[in-house]
Ligand binder design. Structure first.
Ligand SMILES: N[C@@H](CCC(=O)N[C@@H](CS)C(=O)NCC(=O)O)C(=O)O
Length: 230
């Protein structure tokens, strides 16, 4: 079920009539925002930016996102960048179903989990970084797996700490899909692409399993995108 166009408004205009997402099926950062949009049942028009063909560096695309990466979210004529900012904006415009807890400590914990991926893991294995690090595929994989391992180990330790403090699953933080899951699931997807052994991260694997059972994550999965390649 989608939100009706009358239900949510952005700058006085029906939100759901105005949403465009610049995306690429395998982009973990775009995947985060696709999960949030699906969770909040916000319909959007996808515009596909083929990262393998370098479309993110084309001047026409950089006019939308000067960093030369996806995602970019356009709400009417307002173009917005950075997945954390986009998901926080969606939470403000469409508060329910919520992605962040209301309690300030819980909210800070979820933001910490988000940043463990957003700032502490994904930037080190981004395509542009890997290209600079090494021309050799094995060198790139070794670099990426080092940083993904470090990030997932920190995430797992935080989940263990919160569980010991009474936070129950099955999701990354609590009993429903939240912002921490929007970031975790795409990062685990990347870890699998690098054939990383996930056995040391049972809490992460359990949270991923719960998230994969939701309609929002299914709708956002890379392989379910119209631009997915076999
Ligand atoms: N901090 C940015 C990261 C965006 C990002 O790294 N996007 C990647 C795909 S996941 C990208 O477009 N990379 C293109 C490139 O590296 O050339 C965000 O969260 O939106």
């Amino acid at each position: 079920m989608r939100a009706s166009p009358e239900e949510y408004y952005f700058l006085g205009m029906p939100l759901t009539d105005k949403v465009v997402l610049y995306t690429y099926w395998r982009s973990s950062s775009a995947f985060r925002v696709r999960i949030a949009l699906a969770h909040k049942k916000v319909d959007y028009q996808p515009v596909f930016v083929n990262l393998l063909e370098g479309a993110q560096q084309a001047p026409e695309y950089k006019a939308h996102n000067p960093a030369g990466w996806v995602p970019t979210l356009a709400l009417g004529d307002k173009e917005l960048t950075e997945s954390v900012a986009l998901i926080e904006l969606l939470e403000e415009l469409v508060p329910e179903p919520a992605l962040f807890p209301k309690d300030p400590i819980a909210r800070a914990r979820v933001r910490g989990l988000v940043e463990t991926i957003n700032a502490g893991t994904q930037p080190f294995q981004n395509l542009a970084v890997l290209k600079k690090v090494s021309a050799d595929p094995e060198g790139r994989t070794a670099w990426a797996t080092h940083f993904i391992t470090r990030g997932l180990a920190a995430f797992e330790a935080l989940l263990a700490r919160y569980a010991a403090d009474g936070v129950s699953g099955p999701f990354a933080y609590g009993t429903s899909l939240g912002a921490a899951d929007c970031f975790l699931v795409p990062q685990v997807y990347n870890a699998r692409r690098f054939n990383l052994d996930l056995a040391p991260y049972p809490r992460i694997v359990a949270a991923e399993r719960a998230a994969l059972a939701t309609a929002a994550v299914q709708a956002a999965l890379p392989e379910n995108q119209p631009d997915a390649k076999p």
